[in-house]
Design a protein. Structure first.
Length: 205
């Protein structure tokens, strides 16, 4: 009886092989042949799942996004019943490269962004993923405003955009060695402390 192949598992294994090769050589230098060799399959088998390098890169980034969502979900479950502000902080902190897994993902993500700047299809993928993250943050901020944990004059869309831009900048500076993990966390905490001020509390400068 022929062996059943788990196609989702095979696609995931290929994406993970892409990450491993990209961490060593840089995403811009990765070839499909190298990824196939790393995954332990032939180039023809890889092309059965992905029609080209661009399709593989998009799948790999979307898979990484799903893993990020899983980590956020796990963190929220461990929190149990918490305030809206605490849930927002948990999501934001998951955006920072404070462990080896997220550091590797951030490094590859920067390479992907550089390629996306020159590729309309990849750029659209980035826009969609960033838009989904912005909507998530905007919703959490709006709920925190309703709960009185963020001042009512804060605009959720603006604050969500600022959080994303700050996290992106902190990731880049961390990967360049300009800030330590502790400094990155402290800077984000300082920003959150300014945001998470209720309407009845005095504003921080």
């Amino acid at each position: 009886m022929p062996k059943q192949v788990d196609h989702d598992a095979r696609r995931t294994a290929i994406a993970e092989a892409l990450w491993r090769v990209a961490l060593v050589r840089g995403l811009d230098r990765v070839t499909l042949r190298e990824v196939a060799a790393e995954a332990g399959i032939s180039l023809g088998q890889l092309q059965h799942y992905f029609g080209g390098r661009q399709e593989l890169m998009i799948f790999a980034m979307e898979f990484m996004s799903r893993k990020n969502v899983e980590r956020v979900t796990e963190r929220l479950i461990l929190m149990g019943e918490g305030g809206r502000a605490a849930r927002l902080r948990a999501i934001v902190m998951e955006m920072l490269p404070i462990d080896e897994d997220s550091r590797a993902g951030s490094s590859i993500n920067i390479d992907f962004l550089l390629e996306a700047a020159r590729n309309d299809v990849l750029r659209e993928n980035v826009r969609q993923r960033t838009g989904a993250l912005r909507e998530l943050l905007e919703g959490q901020i709006a709920l925190a405003v309703q709960a009185g944990e963020i001042a009512s004059d804060r605009d959720p869309a603006t604050e969500a955009g600022l959080l994303i831009c700050l996290a992106d900048g902190l990731r880049t500076h961390f990967l360049l060695g300009m800030y330590t993990a502790e400094e990155v966390l402290a800077l984000m905490e300082a920003h959150l402390a300014r945001l998470l001020v209720s309407a009845d509390a005095p504003r921080r400068p």
